[in-house]
Structure formats: structure tokens, C-alpha cells
Design a protein around this ligand. Structure first.
Ligand SMILES: *Cc1c(COP(=O)(O)O)cnc(C)c1O
Length: 372
């Protein structure tokens, strides 16, 4: 019998499923009896946090009996200066995931629709579904967003278009010209959310400067995070840059103290530590090359990635390869929930972690080769 607590929920929630996260490493360790796992599953910075951040956290910890500054005054000030924007344009969130949800809470309901790409970051589908709005999913083009098709999919009731640049889980990115063409094509009443969670890693001449474009297009919202290149995934802090009136709407729906005092202090310290960021990006560049050449040597196709992970094709069902990698102590991310049943996503790790992943993959693929 269906529980009444399902049918009592809002219809939009009844048809949803919760976001699936990986098992805690401790649990995997216990189940598989493996002492040391290499975790390449969540696109985290593999270097550990910056020492400057750890020092700032120790200081901030002295005052965790106090509520945080609900406006994040100092962090906004630093961000405003760094990006050349007004502090009133900035909204802080518990991770940029929070911001993506705030946009849905403020602008989507059952009378509206939102557009995102096939293989687009899963949170867009979740935020849209939760709001009760219609999801318009536009077919991908070579695993990337098809921006002209997305612009063409706009309906009268469309309020939001979500674009990940680069996208997770495919690592594809959208170039300046395609983005500008979309911004020129869609009505100003449609909010275009440009999710730049991995922008620190990308070094391409045609990668759009989202913040500069935001100054030209008032309906553009840029989201950023401290979870990836800045190494603060566990602290949950991100932000958006938007028209100040959009920021006002987002601030109306957010929790008054959505970003903790520790997160605020850590983010400020992280922004100050340019060395950590530069070293992280350099490590990622080297790791990307290492994984690309390793995958190529194994004869595996991969989707060219501009981020800190790479999604590759598996010669048989990805779930089987994933299981065998787990047995060998390597945790990667299956992407079947994106409709990619023959791909796995691996985050760029430290050099020795990448090497151990490639070695495990070689070991797993060896008997498959012999079969052919
Ligand atoms: C990881 C990720 C985010 C951000 O996550 P937060 O930790 O909530 O900031 C946002 N968008 C994409 C595409 C991501 O992969």
C-alpha cells in the first residue's frame, strides 16, 4: 500500500527521486574490506585544503557559538572588488547548488517551464521538478549543449534556461559566440543561468567571460562555487552575480543564515590564496594530460573535457567496470542516471592516484581484450 505520506506530498514531489550520492568511504571500506580507497568520484580538489584556509577556520571556530553574518558582508565585498561588480549583485549560497535552487524557488512554479540540456547537470532537473515547473530537455549535440536548439525551445511561459559551462558530467563547454547568440535570441524575460562551477580550470580563448556578459545582459545570472578549484566542497559555499533586483528576489527566498561562519571565513581566505589556486589548476592540467594519454593508450574514447574530470566510454556496461574498479579500491562516478550507460566519469586526482586508476583499468580490460 502506498504510504499516505507520499500522497500527501505536493504532486511535484511525489514523482521525484532523491539525488543519489556515493557511499561514504568508511562504509565502502568496511563492505569491501579494502583499507585504502582512491576517491575520484566527486570532482573535488585532490590536494587537500589550503593551509591558509585551515588557519582561518581555526580562528573562526572560536566564535561558532555566534550566528554567522547573514549578509556575508566581507565575503561579498571581496568578491565585488575581484569581479568589478556591485556587492548588491552578489547572492551567497550554501554551495552554488543552493543558488540554483533559489532561482527555481523565486522564478518557477507549475505555470512555468525551464530549459536545460540532455546530459546537463542533474541539479537543474531536480530544482525544476521540485518547483512543479515543466522541464524542457533539449537534445545534446556531441554531448554538449545545443544552444541554438535551447533558444528555439523557449515557450511563452519559460522563465529559466540552465547552462553549465563547462558541463558536468560531460566536461564540454560553450563558446563565446554561441552564448551571445543565445542571449540575443531569447526574450529578456527569460533568466539565463550560466553555471561556471569549473571556470577556474578552463584556459580557452573562446571561453566566454560570463561576468562581462552579465553587465550587457541583465537577464544573465552567473553562478560560481568554492567547492571545486578552491577546495572547499565540504563547507558548502557558492555565489551568484546577477542584476541586483534578481539578487533581491533570491535573498527573499533564501534562509537568513544559509552560509555558515566557517564557510564565510574559509571562502575569504581561499580568495586570498592565489598560489593554491594556481597550483591546483597546474596540477589539473598535468593530470588531464596523464589521463587522456592513459585512456588513449588503452584504446578508450573519452569526451574532451575543459574541467577537472573526464568522462570515458567503457567497452562493456559501465556498471561492471565500475564494480571492478571498486574491488581494486578506486571510486569513480557512474553516469547511468544521465542516460550514459556506457560511460564513467573520473575526477582528476594526484599524479599517483591517476596512475593507480589507469593501472586498475588496464588490469580490468586485459581479459576483455583476450576475449576478442
Ligand atoms: C559541482 C557542481 C556545482 C556546484 O556544487 P556546489 O558544491 O553546490 O557549489 C554546480 N554546478 C555543476 C555543474 C557542478 O558540477
Amino acid at each position: 500500500m502506498t504510504s499516505p505520506f507520499i500522497t500527501l506530498a505536493r504532486p511535484a514531489i511525489q514523482s521525484m527521486q532523491a539525488y543519489q550520492v556515493g557511499k561514504p568511504i568508511e562504509e565502502a571500506r568496511r563492505e569491501l574490506g579494502i583499507a585504502h580507497f582512491i576517491k575520484l568520484a566527486s570532482n573535488e580538489n585532490p590536494r587537500g585544503p589550503s593551509p591558509a584556509v585551515l588557519a582561518a577556520l581555526a580562528t573562526a571556530a572560536q566564535e561558532i557559538n555566534r550566528y554567522p553574518d547573514g549578509n556575508g558582508f566581507y565575503l561579498k565585498q571581496i568578491l565585488a572588488e575581484r569581479h568589478g561588480v556591485d556587492a548588491a549583485a552578489i547572492t551567497l549560497g550554501a554551495g552554488s547548488n543552493d543558488i540554483l535552487e533559489l532561482i527555481a524557488s523565486a522564478y518557477l512554479d507549475s505555470d512555468t517551464s525551464a530549459i536545460y540540456s540532455e546530459y546537463g547537470f542533474l541539479v537543474y532537473a531536480l530544482a525544476t521538478a521540485r518547483s512543479g515547473a515543466e522541464s524542457i530537455v533539449v537534445d545534446a549535440c556531441d554531448y554538449g549543449h545545443d544552444l541554438s536548439a535551447m533558444a528555439g525551445a523557449v515557450k511563452n511561459n519559460t522563465r529559466v534556461i540552465y547552462i553549465a559551462n563547462p558541463n558536468n558530467p560531460t566536461g564540454t563547454y560553450t563558446n563565446h559566440n554561441d552564448l551571445v547568440a543565445l542571449l540575443d535570441a531569447v526574450p529578456a524575460s527569460v533568466l539565463v543561468v550560466l553555471d561556471e562551477a569549473y571556470c577556474e580550470y578552463i584556459n580557452k580563448a573562446d571561453y566566454p567571460d560570463g561576468i562581462a556578459l552579465q553587465k550587457r545582459y541583465a537577464n544573465l545570472i552567473i553562478t560560481r562555487t568554492f567547492s571545486k578549484a578552491y577546495g572547499l566542497g565540504g563547507l558548502r559555499v557558492g555565489y551568484s552575480i546577477s542584476d541586483p533586483m534578481i539578487a533581491d528576489m533570491l535573498n527573499r527566498v533564501r534562509q537568513p543564515f544559509n552560509v555558515t561562519s566557517l564557510s564565510l571565513a574559509a571562502a575569504q581566505a581561499a580568495l586570498d590564496d592565489d598560489g593554491y589556486l594556481a597550483e591546483s589548476v597546474a596540477l589539473n592540467d598535468a593530470g588531464m594530460q596523464q589521463l587522456e594519454s592513459g585512456l588513449s593508450a588503452l584504446g578508450l574514447n573519452y569526451i574532451e573535457s575543459a574541467a577537472n574530470f573526464i568522462t570515458f566510454e567503457t567497452p562493456c556496461l559501465a556498471s561492471e567496470i565500475n564494480q571492478q574498479l571498486l574491488q581494486l579500491g578506486i571510486i569513480v562516478r557512474p553516469v547511468a542516471n544521465y542516460g550514459l550507460n556506457n560511460h564513467l566519469r573520473v575526477s582528476i586526482g594526484l599524479e599517483n592516484e591517476n596512475a593507480q586508476f589507469l593501472q586498475a583499468l588496464t588490469q580490468i580490460l586485459e581479459p576483455l581484450k583476450a576475449d576478442k
